[in-house]
Design a protein around this ligand. Structure first.
Ligand code: FMN
Length: 211
């Protein structure tokens, strides 16, 4: 099978400047809720892209854990590759893809650490097993082998048998504050709908982009 021969039509829904909410956060909520309603698996999974000192971009999936009118929050290790790259540049991109709805949302913005209090509140809600992984994993560093990781985790399990671990200093949340959004709805004949929001001093400008 040639992958160039794989094709399908996108024709489920449409999107227009008239029907879209003037506030991109509200529009995002509408689409995220619809993705959750139709049971898109991992509807909160988003690609998160950073740029390191070489100028080379890198992307990975993270899970959206909080969303308010300030931005999009996810949790990670501050000493991971993404953490290191964010020290070089706080300019980032997010991308959601909801295949079942033939939709994507692109977001560009700036990322910053959230407060320790906010990070700890979330950390404390995690299952013990996930807390232990955050405690023992030097995320993005080379490790000898899988066994090394598992024995570190088992050691931690014994250590924290009676008292749950506190949030590690190296772990916490980032909030991405958007400066632009683009909502994409797949349409027939590749004549897709693309609506872009750009942040202005007071609010947002909205344009339709060619597909
Ligand atoms: C579905 C899915 C969800 C993930 N969620 C997170 C997350 O919320 N936080 C995180 O640090 N890594 C998450 N990861 C792992 C990251 O994609 C990545 O491997 C890790 O953060 C290290 O990235 P880095 O070396 O670029 O910093 C997830 C991966 C997948 C496939």
């Amino acid at each position: 099978m040639k992958i160039s021969a794989l094709r399908r039509e996108y024709s489920r829904m449409s999107l227009s400047k008239q029907e879209i909410d003037p506030d991109p956060f509200r529009q995002f909520h509408i689409w995220l809720n619809q993705a959750i309603e139709v049971r898109v698996e991992d509807a909160t999974a988003m690609s998160f892209s950073t740029v390191g000192s070489s100028g080379m971009p890198s992307s990975r999936i993270v899970l959206l854990k909080e969303l308010d009118d300030q931005g999009f929050v996810f949790f990670t290790s501050y000493e991971s590759r993404k953490g290191e790259e964010l020290l070089v540049s706080n300019k980032v991109a997010l991308l959601f893809y909801w295949k079942e709805l033939e939709r994507q949302v692109r977001i560009s913005g700036v990322a910053g650490k959230i407060s320790r209090h906010e990070s700890a509140s979330y950390f404390n809600t995690r299952p013990l097993e996930s807390k232990l992984s955050a405690v023992i994993s030097p995320q993005s560093q080379p490790v000898p082998d899988r066994k090394w990781l598992e024995s570190k985790w088992e050691e931690a399990k014994l250590k924290y048998e009676l008292k749950q671990p506190e949030i590690p200093d190296t772990w916490g949340g980032y909030r991405v504050k958007p400066i632009g959004f683009e909502f994409f709805q797949g349409r027939e004949y590749r004549l897709h709908d693309r609506i872009r929001y750009q942040r202005q001093n007071k609010g947002w400008t909205v344009d339709r982009l060619a597909p």
